[in-house]
Design a protein. Structure first.
Lengths: 218, 340
């Protein structure tokens, strides 16, 4: 039942995306970015670009071909909250992209992270790469929720990541280190987001909990 | 070249060995290794977990210490519940962190290789020369709750602020004794002493007033939050004094359902005896085969002062009353004749 409901929501988003792409066809840059973003998504799944209707300056993600990403995010009906969640969903993908590339010094990391989390993830990406590993598989981001907003410029947000089909991969051998499925594959993130001078919502503080009861799905 | 090519082969052999030894073929951990540990925080240098504010003693933020007076020998405590549901502890504040020289080092290392917009922030500080040579400290934003579930009003423009010794225009989010008092209040643990009922809790009687006796082996509870870091000294102490005991039958089938008694300070602590009181909770129906949740809540008047001395003068703004509740299940029987 859950799956069915999710598919229905996803289908709705795709329709919205199709309309929005047509709607902003006058700006060739935006359109190409949208399409690039859509390419990174799993076929038939919602992508960040799909859910961000008519967004200007949407980021492009350059995932390795063995990584598939889906973002399940619906409109909240509130423009500010939608913008916050859009930024946070981009941040989630920016981090995955950084691990995939083996470098935290990417345009998208700089754009969607600030302060401690930026420093931390840059170091963490380097550590994982140094140990000879990268990431591979299917990633799903869901459960996006704005829990608090202050003065329209900062917010508290949570979201979930499903890594049950995401694995470490040895860079040299391409060997995929498959893991036994468990509740620990579901990670809950809680974070602060703040709007920067360019108008992007950045992750400014972040913590996580593997096996977070609010995120674990059968 | 030959020596170099041996390495990977050996390592691969070792990896196979490990997998066989485990017998599963799966690495022990779940997921993909992006996220370290079961639970964590995206901070460059993760401090060792401390006892936190939940124990009534510990640290908050970077250098704020919490200390609470003993709550008496009698058993259990609970975190103070504010009587005002709208009251919220501070989400974040600026705390003294770096001298000008240390701040320069911090910025140059944390923002090393950073792209925009982080690079602009580092550049802005560099153009300010980190206030080197000036008297003062860089204060950095800190959070009470590391799960970041509430929004902090501090924006990306100022993760740190420069604070001179005599601050002419203090930032509204800068740590103050008032903020410390709220942190102390939020960390306070209050005793929840049991009340003695007569008849006994397992054989209360319909239409007979329930006598409440209470001899609290506790005194006022004070909690100090203080910081003493790089010459910045600040403290606030909250003092919670018990003033009243409210009992609630735990069912609408009681009249009166609730009674409130003033606490009397005796030699050993605070007492109540409702024997001669005009109000005694009186059940009107038996609890049948079940029980009623009888509640006894102590109301605490809370004041605060801007030092570590609990007897210092009370400051404004006032803090809401605190509540600590003891609950016990009681059995109520119908009895035809009462001869006691």
């Amino acid at each position: 039942m859950l799956t069915t409901r999710r598919r229905a929501a996803v289908a709705g988003l795709l329709v919205a995306a199709a309309i929005s792409v047509t709607g902003c066809s006058s700006d060739s840059n935006d359109t190409s970015d949208n399409i690039k973003g859509a390419d990174s998504g799993e076929s038939g799944s919602a992508t960040p670009s799909a859910s961000a209707s008519a967004e200007k300056n949407a980021p492009g993600f350059d995932f390795p071909s063995d990584i598939k990403v889906s973002v399940e995010k619906e409109s909240t009906g509130d423009a500010t909250k939608d913008a916050i969640l859009r930024g946070v969903a981009y941040a989630a993908q920016a981090r995955l992209e950084a691990f995939g590339k083996g470098s935290g010094h990417t345009v998208n990391m700089n754009r969607y992270y600030a302060a401690d989390p930026l420093t931390y993830w840059v170091q963490r990406v380097a550590t994982v790469k140094k140990s000879g590993l990268t990431v591979t598989g299917d990633y799903r981001f869901f459960g996006f929720e704005v829990t608090d907003v202050a003065n329209g410029k900062t917010a508290a947000v949570r979201y979930c990541e499903d890594q049950s089909k995401g694995y470490s991969k040895e860079i040299k051998t391409n060997k995929v280190l498959r893991t036994k499925p468990s509740d620990q594959d579901f990670i809950g993130y809680t974070l602060q987001a703040a709007k920067d001078s360019a108008g992007d919502w950045q992750v400014t503080q972040q913590s996580w909990k593997k096996g977070d009861a609010a995120c674990v799905q059968g | 070249m030959r020596a170099g090519s041996v390495g990977p082969v050996l390592r691969a052999a070792v990896a196979v060995g490990v997998a066989v030894a485990l017998g599963t073929g799966y690495p022990a951990h779940a997921g993909d290794g992006q996220v370290d540990g079961g639970q964590g925080n995206a901070k460059p240098d993760q401090p060792a977990p401390d006892s936190g504010a939940s124990s009534g003693k510990g640290t908050i933020g970077a250098h704020i210490r919490i200390n609470q007076s003993k709550t008496g020998s009698g058993g259990s405590t609970s975190t103070a519940t504010s009587s005002n549901a709208n009251w919220k502890p501070p989400v974040c504040w600026y705390e003294p962190m770096y001298s000008a020289d240390e701040y320069e080092k911090f910025i140059k290392s944390a923002y090393d290789g950073a792209g925009e917009p982080a690079a602009s922030y580092a550049k802005k500080r560099d153009e300010e020369k980190y206030h080197k040579g000036d008297k003062g400290l860089w204060w950095q934003v800190k959070f009470r709750n590391d799960e970041y579930t509430e929004a902090c009003p501090v924006t990306t423009d100022n993760w740190e602020i420069w604070v001179p010794p005599a601050d002419p225009q203090p930032d509204p989010n800068k740590l103050t004794p008032e903020i410390l008092s709220e942190l102390a209040y939020n960390s306070t643990k209050l005793p929840t002493p049991p009340v003695v009922l007569s008849p006994d809790a397992d054989r209360l009687v319909v239409n007979l007033g329930t006598r409440v006796k209470f001899e609290g082996d506790f005194d006022r509870v004070w909690t100090t939050a203080d910081i003493d870091y790089k010459g910045v000294q600040m403290a606030a102490t909250t003092v919670a004094t018990p003033v009243a005991l409210k009992v609630d039958a735990g069912t609408a089938d009681a009249d009166p359902q609730t009674c409130t008694y003033d606490l009397v300070k005796g030699k050993g602590g605070y007492t109540v005896d409702s024997k001669d009181a005009g109000c005694n909770v009186t059940y009107r129906h038996s609890s049948g085969s079940g029980t009623y949740p009888f509640k006894a809540s102590i109301t605490w008047k809370v004041t605060w002062t801007d030092s570590a001395d609990p007897d210092g003068p009370a400051r404004q703004p006032a803090l809401p009353d605190g509540l600590s509740t003891f609950e016990q299940n009681v059995t109520v029987k119908e009895i035809q004749a009462v001869n006691r």
